[in-house]
Design a protein around this ligand. Structure first.
Ligand SMILES: [Zn+2]
Length: 746
């Protein structure tokens, strides 16, 4: 092939490749966070453009773009695990040169991959490539599911020598069509080497050269089309149900022009319980659809119902009654328990998700030989990492819910996380380590099977600030000095380290980064909680330092946390008669945000606080809006806040453009295939998990392949591979728990 002029052409970092390859452990923040943070996070997650899988499925066309490497490495990427080490380049002969320093201890210890094509059921394909190696060895090529159990649709092991050879194989895609599979070379300790008794450690550093790689469709005559995204249901309701005295609304999408009425029918008897007329249809731009609404708030007789339109469109069944949320609430709280790390979950308690104590070994502090015990806490998400900034948000939501609504089980659950967080504090300095994970994401295994070395990453101001805040909150609510003492110690660290901002993953670590360069909102939250708990004026003085910049007051995520600080200030009796500008500035900001939320929600047919685009973890944004609205009602009571908060819940439980109830195991259409390792490993979907929801930024290969032309509000796919739509986290469940605890309390 043509000589390639430049050196290393790989643009993606190892971290990006790994996040692409294994898991999106790192979730995004609301758009309301600082621009700087969003840009940073987005650029970290972005991979090179993945080719559009929808075009060029004609026979004879190479599905692997750039397979002759005349334009460099292109979109080929690498994945390494279990000690594997690799570098990609195109050499002077125009071949892809793969320099392998270490093959690792598993077949995929070193992997070179290509995404961005589709495989269609019944298609007959042919793979061709030329290859040679500086040592004699076996390699395996695979076309595989890019997620879940990563099983192969087609694979073959071939032996390489110093002589360039041509390899070719024809095969039929026997399984269902896959719009986003992965082609890869497994270049680690491949099975045939294991069987032959080759010692992995004795395999010397070597180079493998690949060229003229092509995958073509030979025969499409028996081929099935790639299935299009299923159309959303025409009638959307809160699938869990409505309480007797709540507003009850359904949304009707793209009905026939003459379909203008609806009835609510008793599901058992078939009798009509309510008759209504639909509103005039209007365009919902983010959904690219025409929507009408039907209000049946008057119907308050307990029962199980469905909705039928004049022309016969039907919804699924839902309930009306005072206790309709009880099961859902229990299930989302139980999920936190099921995410517990470091203790045995018995089958009595955890059913299919029982496991022995996991991650109990001591962890090494990064860059040292020092080992510490950091067992406990919740697994963060679909992976098994434990991250302080994420855990602080989740624990805070539960403790705040307990503080306000008195649900005792919430504070007991939160203490499991808080007690782990105490172990993450450096006893000498008071600073708090950012996270503890293995070097990379695990495969699709139960937690006790992730047995690689645990690494504690360096102290960050963001983690220390969040820690100080949530420990001060716990110190007040739990009446336990150990929390408040830890909070004060963390505050002293923060005072001595102003300006030491940011956290970046060390090079060798590719698990969720949760980067946060801006720490002044964490300082504000910590000062505000410490002032509320201790009454010590030094914290009030500190608070006043931060109110000049709205960035310090905004957000309820893992990155921007200012609104927690606002809430602590506005519910602090000592500030009720504050004559300075402190309380007024904070209250104007907080109530202003709540009012904006109401205005935006009222303009949306689904009653949700979103406009035209949806970000990674948009369902956390919806839940957080619900929390803020309820808090606003506490500070400046107004029924509109409560009504709007309930609307956010309706959205999450099915009244949205996708028609999904976003909590697993609830409603009649809910996610079955979450990106969540225990669910993947057991083949069962853990109940009670809130998935990320619509994300119009398309931030994983599967989403790019199947959602490219989909309206922003419907950019959601229930597929295990789509970690940017369908992962779950503790801090997406936690604000929903707050919201539902409030309604339980009414
Ligand atoms: Zn664990």
């Amino acid at each position: 092939m043509r000589r390639y002029k430049k050196g290393l052409a790989l643009v993606m970092t190892t971290a990006m490749l790994l996040s692409l390859a294994a898991c999106g452990g790192k979730k995004e923040e609301p758009a309301a966070t600082t621009t700087e943070e969003v840009t940073e996070e987005t650029s970290e997650e972005k991979t090179e453009d993945v080719a559009d899988a929808s075009d060029e499925i004609q026979p004879g066309v190479n599905l692997i773009k750039g397979g002759d490497f005349s334009d460099g490495v292109g979109t080929f990427g690498t994945y390494t695990t279990n000690g594997g080490s690799v570098k990609l380049d195109v050499n002077d002969d125009g071949e892809l040169q793969i320099d392998i320093a270490n093959i690792g201890t598993v077949e995929h210890g070193v992997q070179v991959f290509y995404d961005g094509f589709a495989m269609q059921e019944g298609g007959v394909y042919q793979l061709d490539f030329d290859a040679h190696s500086t040592i004699d060895r076996d390699i395996a090529w695979r076309i595989q599911l890019n997620g879940g159990d990563y099983h192969a649709y087609a694979t073959e092991t071939v032996s390489l020598t110093g002589e360039p050879q041509h390899y070719s194989m024809e095969f039929t895609m026997e399984e269902g069509s896959d719009p986003a599979p992965r082609f890869c070379f497994n270049l680690g300790y491949v099975e045939s080497m294991q069987e032959a008794g080759v010692d992995a450690a004795s395999v010397e550093a070597h180079s493998i050269m690949i060229d003229n790689l092509s995958l073509v469709l030979n025969d499409g005559s028996n081929m099935q089309e790639v299935e299009a995204l299923a159309e959303a249901p025409k009638i959307k309701v809160n699938q869990v149900g409505y309480r007797k005295n709540d507003t009850k609304k359904a949304v009707f999408t793209n009905l026939a022009d003459d379909d203008t009425t609806f009835t609510v029918v008793d599901a058992a008897s078939g009798e009509t319980a309510f008759e209504g007329t639909l509103s005039e249809p209007s365009e919902y731009k983010a959904g690219q659809e025409m929507d009408s609404t039907g209000d049946f708030s008057e119907l308050n007789k307990e029962g199980t119902y469905k909705i039928v339109t004049g022309k016969g469109e039907e919804s699924g069944e839902f309930k009306i009654g005072d206790n309709v949320y009880e099961d859902t609430y229990k299930s989302i709280v139980k999920m936190m328990y099921l995410q517990r790390c470091g203790m045995e979950l018995t089958s009595d308690e955890a059913g299919d998700f029982a496991h022995p104590a996991c991650h109990t070994g001591e962890a090494t502090i990064y860059g040292t030989d020092k080992k510490i015990d950091v067992s406990g806490g919740w697994h963060d998400a679909g992976d098994y990492g434990r991250y302080v900034v994420a855990g602080a948000k989740a624990a805070a939501d539960l403790v705040l819910a307990y503080e306000k609504f008195g649900e005792k089980d919430l504070v007991d659950e939160a203490k499991y996380e808080l007690d782990w967080m105490l172990k993450m504090q450096d006893q000498t300095s008071g600073g708090v380590y950012h996270k503890v994970t293995c070097a990379s994401f695990p495969g699709e295994v139960m937690p006790q099977e992730e047995t690689e070395e645990l690494i504690v990453t360096p102290i960050s101001n963001a983690a220390t600030g969040d820690f100080a805040a949530v420990m001060a909150l716990a110190g007040r609510v739990c009446d336990d000095n150990k929390y408040l003492d830890a909070a004060k110690k963390a505050w002293d660290y923060l005072e001595q380290h102003k300006g030491d901002r940011g956290f970046k993953n060390p090079d060798e670590i590719s698990t969720g980064e949760y980067p946060d360069k801006y720490d002044r909102d964490e300082y504000f939250w910590a000062a505000s909680e410490l002032y509320k708990t201790t009454g010590d004026d030094k914290y009030k003085t500190a608070m006043a330092e931060y109110i000049d910049d709205e960035r310090n007051l905004e957000g309820m995520g893992w990155s921007s946390v200012g609104m927690y600080g606002c809430y602590a200030a506005l519910t602090n009796d000592k500030l009720l008669t504050d004559s300075s500008n402190l309380r007024k500035t904070i209250q104007d900001y907080f109530i202003g945000k709540a009012n904006e939320s109401v205005e935006t929600s009222e303009k949306n047919p689904y009653g949700v606080d979103f406009t035209n685009s949806f970000y990674w973890g948009s369902n956390m944004g919806v839940s957080n809006s619900g929390m803020v609205l309820l808090m606003a009602n506490e500070i400046a009571p107004d029924e509109k806040y409560v009504k709007c908060a309930k609307g956010q819940l309706d959205y999450l439980l099915g009244l949205n453009a996708t028609g999904y109830c976003f909590v697993t195991g609830q409603g009649y259409l809910s996610p079955q295939n979450p990106h969540h390792r225990p669910s993947q490993a057991t083949g069962k979907c853990m109940p009670g998990m809130l998935v990320g929801g619509p994300n119009s930024n398309l931030e994983d290969p599967y989403a790019k392949a199947v959602l490219a032309d989909v309206a922003p509000a419907k950019c959601y796919i229930d597929n295990v591979q789509s970690y940017s739509c369908n992962e779950i986290t503790i801090y997406w469940n936690s604000p929903l728990i707050y919201l539902m605890a409030a309604l339980q309390d009414e």
